[in-house]
Design a protein around this ligand. Structure first.
Ligand SMILES: [Zn+2]
Length: 271
């Protein structure tokens, strides 16, 4: 079977998650996939916008998907390449009496172009933080890295080259607003505790007149209040960031690759 492939700089779980979103197929595959019934599994039907259907004839989560249409059998294979990348291959074969008069060259070129689009769609078009919504340019997080300073030997002196790169981490508008809200919750929480401590310390001198034990009890109560408030604000923040909290801009694959090459993160734009 003729085949073509590409490396996508994302791990298989992310590539698979984007690949199995029917609404994305119009953007990279060309065919408008309306529905997968009853879901991604062996024997399921791909229902296209023009009314035609294909059948899933081979399925292994995050590894392989094969579907069969009237004239063509197409198989996608996903192979992990290190921590950050996935090789995606498409194999195809005509069926039902169909045949290529160019040995499949034109179809192969068209599939290669679809894979290029899929790569761009996964790497740039989808928010890194939620893996679901489309990237918005104004929400992108910039991460700056600096090389460890290679020394270039000139005839009479040495020169240190500080190579810098900026990596743009794709993000959607909703994740941006969630991060902003989380940061505000954090700031308000700290402010409330600060004011409480200030007022609490003021009261301590008043309570001091009642006796040492009152002061001890009061300080314990004050500490418990502060911990409780911080805990409450922390819970609220986690709730806002649910689903995206574990993703940090510095965990982004390109940033990790640069770090493995010896560069270090010097700055990133705050949410
Ligand atoms: Zn997002």
């Amino acid at each position: 079977m003729p085949k073509t492939g590409i490396i996508i700089d994302r791990p298989p779980d992310i590539v698979w998650e984007v690949f199995t979103k029917p609404e994305g197929w119009k953007k990279w595959w060309g065919g408008d996939l309306k529905q997968v019934a009853p879901g991604w599994q062996d024997g399921a039907k791909l229902i296209w916008a023009d009314g035609s259907t294909s059948e899933i004839s081979g399925f292994s989560r995050q590894r392989m998907l094969q579907f069969t249409s009237a004239w063509m059998q197409t198989a996608f294979r996903f192979t992990s390449k290190g921590n950050h990348s996935t090789r995606v291959e498409i194999e195809f074969a005509p069926r039902g009496g169909a045949a290529f008069n160019d040995g499949g060259q034109a179809h192969k070129a068209s599939l290669a172009s679809s894979l290029e689009k899929l790569k761009r769609y996964v790497e740039v078009g989808i928010c890194w933080f939620c893996k679901t919504r489309p990237t918005v340019a104004s929400a992108v997080v910039e991460v700056k890295l600096r090389g460890n300073g290679e020394v270039e030997r000139m005839p009479k002196h040495e020169r240190t080259i500080r190579n810098e790169v900026t990596i743009r981490v794709p993000r959607c508008a909703l994740c941006k607003s969630k991060y902003r809200k989380a940061r505000h919750i954090d700031e308000v929480g700290k402010l409330v505790v600060f004011i409480l401590l200030l007022a609490g310390c003021g009261l301590t001198t008043v309570i001091g007149n009642l006796g040492t034990w009152f002061v001890v009890l009061w300080l314990i109560a004050l500490g418990a209040m502060c911990v409780g408030i911080l805990f409450g604000f922390g819970y609220w923040k986690d709730k806002v960031l649910r689903g995206i909290e574990e993703k940090q801009a510095v965990d982004f694959p390109e940033v990790q690759m640069m770090k493995e090459q010896g560069m270090e993160v010097t700055w990133w734009s705050r949410p």
